[in-house]
Design a protein. Structure first.
Length: 123
């Protein structure tokens, strides 16, 4: 399921970066909301620390891979952004096929989402 994969991706990368085990959770909508709230905040915190240190080109070992693999922080973030966009598109298509109204879903554009928050735009 694309929604579960989007949440699990952030859970897994956050655990890999911090050297912990990802938490398991359910795949109901309510469980995924809770998981995303927790994992999204942790992922943003970790990426913010990497940004603040300027460590995009530094490598880390993902011990959750079998066998363990090395990645750079910048490559990991590009991977997350790319696959999140792809999975978001799949989720929107699946929800439309299940009868969700197009107006309820938008097109998955982060710019449209940001604008929907009412954040001021630069002049």
């Amino acid at each position: 399921m694309p929604l579960d994969a989007m949440v699990a991706n952030k859970e897994g990368w956050s655990a890999s970066i911090s050297g912990t085990q990802p938490e398991s959770g359910g795949d109901s909508i309510e469980c995924m909301r809770r998981r995303l709230d927790r994992a999204g905040k942790e992922f943003l915190r970790l990426v913010g620390e990497i940004r603040d240190r300027g460590n995009w080109g530094d490598g880390f070992v993902d011990a959750l891979c079998d066998p363990p693999e090395s990645f750079t922080y910048g490559g990991m973030l590009a991977h997350v952004a790319t696959f999140s966009a792809w999975r978001r598109s799949l989720a929107i298509l699946a929800l439309r096929e299940l009868g969700a109204a197009e107006g309820d879903l938008g097109i998955g554009d982060p710019i449209a989402w940001e604008r929907s928050l009412g954040e001021p735009q630069p002049a």
